[in-house]
Design a protein around this ligand. Sequence first.
Ligand code: SF4
Length: 310
Amino acid sequence: MKTNVIFGPITSRRFGVSLGIDLSPNIKQCNFDCLYCELRERAKQVGFQSQTVPVDTIVSDIEEALNKFPNIDVLTFTANGEPTLYPELDELISKVSPIAKKFKTKTLILSNGGNSWLGSIQKSLLQFDKVKLSLDCVTEECFNKLDRPLKGITIEDIKNGIIEFSKIFKGELYIETLFVNDINTKSEEILEINRFFQKVPTVFRIDLGTVERPPIYDVKPISYEKLYSIARSFSSTLPIMIVRRQNRKERDLSLSKTELLKTLSLRPLTRFDISSLCDEVTQRNFRELIVKKELVVEKIGDIEFFRPTY
Ligand code: SF4
């Protein structure tokens, strides 16, 4: 049976050329009901999928797609909802991992983190090469207001789950925080998020973003300046990346060379950050600093960040 499980390939700055695998292709099945959700369908939170696609169908669709598109960097497991609700996740990843190896591609799962504290889910997640967990809030009040989880899911369990998982996971762990205006942007919440990140023993990268596609509920993004100032307020030891879509028009940052050096000493940025965030003058200043060797490259995974030479 042919399904609509596979989508893409799409190129993403964060993960490269990605082939998507939607583990809930027909209806939304999620244990959260986030205010910023991009899915147009409203659905009550659920703890398991009632509609599933058989494992072998997904596996054969993946094989077929990989034969058609052999140069895929990453197989991205996602869902119209939450992919860890797929009941056969363990069997699925066990079958897909050797195929991914054969095609020299990595496996990635994008999870909202709501099940990350469950032993059975951790066991399945361990089999992925890359795991991305969301964490928008660290207090119950904020979590319940923004992510609106299924009854019984608590942010304390999720935080403990992330810490435990990071201790045993050998692959690349990503954490993503999405900021929504006036909800998780209060200074106390940000301070606590920063504290929590520092407790996670091994995190490969922390992606900070804001609402960028029309959300289903009436919530607003924060400005890039605000996002940038939040990122700067986090510990400089954290591998923070600011996520922003390439097609955003406004480039609000205007920095002299001195300001740019100061900024990069506090928070190294990528070429993409500079080109998507800064005005033309700042971009020219950036290029000149590179030519004069006043900036050096520091790599986190495949991503190059620039910081001052001194
Ligand atoms: S976790 Fe994702 S799919 Fe589920 S409600 Fe939140 S944004 Fe939507």
